[in-house]
Design a protein around this ligand. Structure first.
Ligand code: CDP
Length: 252
């Protein structure tokens, strides 16, 4: 937390009895809306709202990799770009990549590499672009959830789904899916991504943390994140089913 946030923290109360600033319980997600297949020109796509976060994911491929020297003869090359629109945050964000977006792109790509069956597509590339149109904390988790759905929509063979959610420590309490105030003025922020296979959490594909928590708090964070991820996973699956049902109706 920066010094100015440290000062502001004294004025901002995040927890009110068993409720949070926005009225949620500690283990409650923000409202989530997911729609698969919204872009005509992408092989797979997804629109996702997670609270006030609004993101769009587009997947292209598997396709030939350019430049060719980047090709891998034994598996597909995965590329992931997390990008924030200049108007997505309160203070205009300078367009183009910065240290934060390069880091988020890297860890998100690594999380998705855990599920994509890359060996099936030697020499090819799968490009995943995720645009943040509005950010309100947890944008990397919203982007990963959207990217996962867009990959399925593109028909990319996967071992499972990646489902992502953060947990924060706010006024000493662990809370699921923090919004901006909890992220800014809370004591810790812990984004998770899980590999879910056959309806069960199989492993952790991403885990980051800034701030400080005790062992018990970390255990509580893990428990909350697993609960939240299973709820998000259900919505991801529903969005995919909805797209395929509407496609099969259209195709008779
Ligand atoms: O979005 P996420 O929590 O994954 O990443 P973060 O680096 O913890 O950023 C938390 C929030 O800070 C973002 O979701 C934005 O709302 C805000 N932010 C901002 O206002 N300006 C930036 N240049 C970067 C982040």
């Amino acid at each position: 937390m920066s010094e100015s946030n440290e000062e502001k923290k004294d004025e901002i109360q995040l927890i009110f009895g068993d409720k949070r600033l926005d009225g949620r319980r500690f283990d409650e997600l923000r409202n989530i809306k997911i729609e698969a297949g919204i872009l005509k020109r992408a092989d797979g796509s997804c629109y996702l709202e997670m609270g006030k976060n609004i993101v769009v994911a587009a997947v292209y491929g598997p396709r030939e990799v350019h430049p060719r020297h980047l090709q891998n003869p034994s598996k597909a090359v995965i590329r992931y770009r997390y990008n924030m629109a200049p108007f997505s945050v309160e203070e205009r964000k300078r367009p183009g990549p910065d240290r934060r977006s390069v880091e988020i792109s890297k860890v998100s790509r690594e999380a998705l590499e855990a599920v994509i069956m890359k060996e099936l597509f030697p020499r090819s590339g799968i490009d995943i672009f995720v645009e943040v149109l509005q950010a309100d904390a947890g944008s990397r988790t919203a982007c990963l959830n959207a990217a996962s759905v867009a990959l399925v929509d593109a028909g990319v063979p996967m071992k499972g789904m990646i489902t992502s959610v953060a947990v924060a420590k706010a006024d000493g309490v662990m809370v699921l899916d923090p919004m901006k105030e909890e992220d800014n003025y809370g004591e810790a922020d812990i984004p998770f991504a899980f590999l879910i296979r056959g309806g069960k959490i199989e492993s952790i594909a991403l885990l980051q943390m800034d701030g400080r928590v005790t062992k018990d708090e970390l255990r509580e964070a893990f428990k909350l994140a697993k609960k939240g991820a299973m709820e998000i996973y259900k919505l991801q699956k529903e969005a995919i089913m909805k797209k395929y049902i509407s496609e099969s109706v259209e195709n008779g």
